[in-house]
Design a protein around this ligand. Structure first.
Ligand SMILES: Nc1ncnc2c1ncn2[C@@H]1O[C@H](COP(=O)(O)OP(=O)(O)OP(=O)(O)O)[C@@H](O)[C@H]1O
Ligand SMILES: [Mg+2]
Length: 344
């Protein structure tokens, strides 16, 4: 076996070049792959910080090389338990609030399925009879209205606010789409205007009484997520990622932002986890799951792992996401609902 990984290599370089080594670091009790330390610290340095004996370090390096070469390691493969994690602190629930809970759906990474997961989570709550709204916080690339097939111009509500659109299933939706003449019209706005649009979507829209307002966000950690974290009475954040190592690393920036701003991560969703053939053969198209790492870094439960499902894409494109059912989705929905402690 070629000794490709040595103790003086930087941890992040190791996991970037050999993603399979993440589980070895974790299996040996080294969480440095996900924290800032790993960006500059060597394997030996990380081991020193965690008081490894020379023998333990030697075994770690041996296992890292084994994992990099696709060989078995001394670390048992661990699967993130779906629906289990560190217990949550209870979300705030002021009975007088018109909108009882505001939950943002975030990811540092683009295209991992934030909007789709937002839609699915909203549908799962609605199916429980909850009053649900979705604030499409992706001002320049809105996609929620399309997914729910909601079209129309904004109108004034009886109380003088903006009336949100309603999906077929009764979910209230507010999206920048409503203000555009054509769906393909670009919104060429700078950060402050985006922030102010999000604040207005929250305060000037006549949401009425809602049990949940879900906020779909664009990727990254810039204006829109910052505004939502700082200007909205946010109760929790759901993090969405895909199994790709790169996605996990970029998502980590978002996790760090939420933690720095003292937000509460209520759960993690891994999307596009696998593809299943009609004969039930599974293919991990984007690679093995990184959910264990996300769970350990966030301290929040894994709500579910969604497969790549062409039926789901078609329903979204047709504006009929509310008609979607699948086993994986049922599991995600059940975990999300029980995480939010809804009395059925
Ligand atoms: N599990 C899935 N199965 C099939 N298609 C999916 C799945 N998840 C997402 N998609 C499709 O992939 C595309 C990207 O998803 P989505 O728009 O939800 O990602 P996003 O993270 O919100 O992207 P952005 O960063 O641009 O906001 C969409 O066309 C969506 O329908
Ligand atoms: Mg999106």
């Amino acid at each position: 076996m070629a000794e490709t990984i040595t103790a003086d290599m930087v941890i992040h370089d190791v996991v970037t070049r050999y993603p399979a080594t993440v589980k070895v670091f974790h299996g040996h009790g080294l969480p440095c792959t996900a924290c800032a330390v790993g960006a500059r610290e060597s394997v030996a340095g990380g081991a020193r910080t965690h008081r490894f004996s020379p023998e333990k370090l030697e075994l770690l390096v041996k296992d890292l090389n084994a994992a990099a070469n696709g060989e078995p390691t001394s670390v048992a493969p661990k699967k993130a338990p779906v629906g289990k994690g560190i217990p949550l602190n209870m979300l705030s629930s002021d009975p007088d609030r018109k909108i009882k809970q505001v939950i943002a759906i975030m990811s540092g990474k683009g295209g991992v399925g934030k909007s789709l997961v937002t839609g699915l989570l909203a549908v799962s709550l609605r199916r429980q009879g909850q009053r649900v709204g979705i604030l499409d916080g992706d001002i320049t690339g809105p996609s929620i209205a399309r997914m729910f097939g909601t079209r129309g111009q904004p109108t004034k509500s009886a109380s003088g606010g903006i009336e949100p659109l309603r999906s077929k299933g009764g979910i209230k939706v507010m999206s920048m789409n409503m203000f555009l003449e054509k769906e393909s019209d670009p919104v060429v706005w700078r950060g402050p205007m985006i922030s102010s649009a999000i604040k207005q979507f929250y305060s000037d829209v006549d949401w009425g009484q809602l049990d949940y307002l879900l906020v779909d966000l664009p990727p990254g950690t810039s204006d829109a997520p910052m505004t939502v974290m700082q200007a909205l009475p946010l109760d929790g954040v759901v993090i969405v990622s895909s199994p790709q190592m790169l996605a996990t690393m970029v998502v980590m920036k978002c996790v760090n932002m939420v933690q720095q701003l003292k937000g509460l991560i209520v759960g993690v969703v891994e999307n596009m986890s696998y593809f299943e053939t009609p004969n039930h053969e599974r293919y991990e198209i984007f690679g093995p799951s990184n959910a264990t790492e996300l769970v350990s870094v966030t301290g929040a439960p894994l709500l579910g792992q969604m497969p790549i499902d062409s039926a789901l894409t078609s329903l979204c494109d047709a504006g009929r996401v509310e008609e979607y059912y699948s086993d994986a989705y049922e599991a995600l929905a059940a975990n999300f609902v029980s995480t939010l402690k809804i009395k059925r």
